[in-house]
Design a protein around this ligand. Structure first.
Ligand SMILES: [Ca+2]
Ligand SMILES: [Ca+2]
Ligand SMILES: [Ca+2]
Length: 353
């Protein structure tokens, strides 16, 4: 496993839905308090949905939980667009501990560049104006926190160009490093957008270093298969009950099962226009528990006759989007995904317990 987190933000209904989803939080733990954020269905880096912060002052940034080991190297990357620049330097993103201490942060300056802070020092911009308003930029942050003070390293790329290489940084802390935050750029800015967040570590034989610009596309169920154990709330087509338009949860038309071992598999829509390489596939399943008692399920991907299971999930009461595993290799070939492999892929659901 090298890719730890990937999120194109297509699936969520709104910021509350995002923050309620396992893996995301607002920094005060209260979804309602993440003021000023929205999830427009269009306007993302490649036209889909994205996180947008507006003009409201947002006191609570969004945090993607991701435990970071102090002795490992990571790359966090995302697309970012701002419609202007703040009157004073303001946070863009950063890595935080479980107690809310910022280990490092990137900041947007009033001169359209990026500055950096570790726990003790500020590093002013190495390169003049690397950002222009109203254009998406791919920002990559490669970091190793280090297991002692002043041993951390950080390299930052914008659009593939290195703008910072910093060593001897004070990124070590006694508390666990727990997550990656994105911020609203505050007053003086009309709005900003974040899309296609990817976090990876340096392990594994692929996806273990800079990937460059990444586009996270969503494909949807478009046909049933003969494997269809889940019950349908209506009609004869399971896929038609679960390919709802993105937005609020459809609480009346869905598939369900209470039978351990029950499985349903669905064909998925093909890639539109093909790809230049596929780094990973991540099933996303919106599920709820509808009765008392314990229940778990998992998603799986099926290539040919070979299935690869995602983690076992314990759904909560309430329709939430789960992340059902990240698959970097096709289950049948154990090689990198191909377009043909994606187009023939099936998504499965299984009641585990
Ligand atoms: Ca998107
Ligand atoms: Ca539905
Ligand atoms: Ca297909």
């Amino acid at each position: 496993m090298a890719i730890l987190v990937m999120d194109g933000f297509d699936v969520y209904n709104d910021i509350t839905d995002l923050i309620s989803s396992p893996g995301w939080t607002s920094t005060n733990g209260n979804p309602v308090q993440a003021q000023g954020g929205s999830l427009p269905r269009t306007g993302g880096a490649f036209g889909g949905a994205a996180v947008q912060f507006g003009t409201s002052s947002v006191a609570y940034p969004l945090q993607r939980q991701c435990p970071f080991d102090y002795d490992k190297t990571y790359v966090a990357s995302f697309y970012f667009k701002t419609t202007g620049f703040p009157t004073t330097t303001y946070p863009l993103c950063g890595v935080y501990t479980s107690s809310g201490t910022r280990l490092f942060g990137l900041f947007i300056t009033n001169t359209a560049t990026i500055s950096v802070s570790d726990q003790t020092s500020n590093f002013s911009a190495a390169a003049a104006s690397v950002l222009t308003a109203n254009s998406f930029y791919h920002i990559e942050v490669k970091f190793k926190l280090g297991t002692a003070a002043n041993t951390g390293t950080l390299e930052i790329r914008v659009g593939g160009t290195v703008i910072y290489t910093l060593t001897g940084l004070n990124l070590f802390n006694a508390s666990p490093a727990s997550g990656f935050r994105i911020f609203n750029p505050a007053t003086g800015v009309i709005g900003c957008w974040y899309d296609d967040l990817v976090i990876l570590d340096s392990t594994g034989d692929a996806n273990n270093d800079y990937l460059g610009g990444i586009r996270i596309d969503t494909i949807r169920p478009n046909a049933d298969t003969a494997q269809a154990n889940f019950a349908l709330t209506s009609g004869a087509s399971g896929y038609a009950l679960i390919n709802d338009a993105f937005g609020s949860a459809d609480t009346t038309g869905y598939i369900e099962s209470y039978t351990v071992g029950a499985k349903s598999e669905f064909e998925l829509s093909n890639l539109v226009g093909g790809s230049n390489g596929i780094m990973a596939v991540q099933p996303r399943i919106r599920a709820t528990k509808s009765d008392a008692g314990s229940r778990t399920y998992r998603g799986y991907l099926k290539s040919g006759a070979v299935a690869a299971n995602g983690p076992t999930i314990t759904p909560a009461i309430g329709w939430l989007w789960h992340t059902n595993g990240i698959f970097e290799k096709a289950p049948d070939t154990e090689d990198a995904w191909t377009d043909n492999g994606i187009n023939a892929l099936k998504l499965g659901l299984e009641v585990v317990s």
